[in-house]
Design a protein. Structure first.
Length: 366
């Protein structure tokens, strides 16, 4: 059986650190925690779980801090977590089984990262990360903000998930890191342009975000998946500033990189035509969003809402506007399977249910 070192970087995580460590302490063989300047009780909490607590001065570089934490690992494999991550019970069982059966020839095991969940337990954002890596390969973290672990060799994909349970969002932190990079005159990679664009978009700087997505798209280098989402996110920005033709062009451009449609693209295409009151075209795209088979081995971002409750809710709206109350009711019920107490879905149900076989329509919520 392999042995595992848990390696973490922390700063002011007193609210969540114990929750994280409780979910994994009985699976790992060693806990290494690098504190980057906590002023709360984080270090005291860490000391309850391990005597391997170390200190590293924060220099505005996440990769440097993560690499520092990896230095202290002594076991066969390294597992890394953030303080606001947890392993749910099902995933704890899967990790224990993996530990007992993993072939030592494996260099890395990728796991799902459930980066967001809604109030009903539906995953809102999911992607893969190289999560358990062989210590002897000495893999390094790259990138001072949205860092990544540069891994190669024998990589296997697992169905284990790490679940992110954020309590608060560090508004503007990552945006500030990128702006400091610009002030220093750092050369941006395609990846930098993509993630800087994301930070700008999330903070409402839509035109600046578009400029950076364009820079990512125009560069020949860079991960094609980033270019797919650069187009999708660019379309969102154009929608926010009311430039509909450019919104549509950006969505079509995303298919150029993706090769085939994805739910995230299809639902946005549906919404574009829905706003144009072209309900038949909208229905085509929303239906396609619900029918696309999801690839287990996919590494890029996945937003499951765009394949589940959201297109069904919008299909309800489109069919309602076409006076097709039976299909409107059906899709509203499909949406309710995922969000049983959503007030929009319950309101629609109350309006449509008594009118399924009638011709009189009233406005419904979307």
């Amino acid at each position: 059986m392999i042995s595992i070192s848990l390696c973490m970087i922390v700063k002011n995580e007193e609210e969540v650190l114990a929750r994280c460590l409780d979910s994994v302490k009985d699976i790992v063989d060693e806990i290494n925690i690098v504190d980057t300047g906590s002023t709360d009780n984080t270090v005291e909490i860490a000391n309850r779980y391990t005597d391997r607590v170390f200190y590293f001065e924060w220099i505005g570089d996440f990769a440097a801090a993560r690499n520092e934490s990896f230095k202290y690992a002594t076991k066969d494999y390294i597992l890394y977590l953030d303080a606001d991550d947890v392993l749910l019970e099902e995933d704890r069982k899967k990790l224990k089984e993996l530990k007992e059966t993993l072939d030592i020839s494996v260099d890395s095991v990728s796991m799902y990262y459930n980066a967001g969940m809604d109030e009903y337990g539906n995953i809102t954002l999911q992607y893969r990360r190289n999560r358990l890596v062989k210590r002897s390969r000495n893999f390094k973290w790259k990138g001072d903000c949205h860092q990544y672990l540069e891994v190669y060799g024998n990589i296997i994909n697992s169905d284990i998930a790490v679940t992110h349970k954020k309590i608060r969002h560090s508004v503007g932190r990552n945006l500030s890191i990128y702006q400091k990079k610009l002030e220093r005159g750092d050369v941006f990679s395609a990846r930098d342009y993509f993630y800087y664009g994301n930070e700008l978009r999330e903070n409402g700087f839509y035109r600046e975000a578009i400029e950076n997505y364009e820079k990512n798209i125009q560069l020949k280098e860079g991960w094609v998946e980033d270019k797919v989402y650069a187009c999708i996110n660019k379309a969102d920005c154009y929608r926010m500033i009311g430039e509909k033709e450019k919104e549509l062009f950006s969505l079509l451009e995303s298919i150029k990189f993706a090769k085939t449609p994805r739910p995230e693209i299809c639902s946005r295409m549906g919404y574009y035509f829905q706003r144009e009151q072209d309900y038949q075209s909208a229905i085509f795209w929303y239906k396609l969003a619900t029918e696309i088979e999801i690839d287990f081995n996919k590494w890029s971002f996945s937003y499951p809402a765009y394949a589940t409750w959201y297109p069904h809710l919008q299909l309800c709206v489109c069919y309602y506007n076409l006076q097709d109350f039976e299909n409107a009711y059906y899709h509203n019920e499909k949406a309710r399977e995922f969000r049983p107490n959503d007030e929009r879905i319950l309101f629609n149900k109350s309006i449509i249910e008594p009118k399924v076989n009638l011709d009189v329509a009233h406005g419904i919520k979307q």
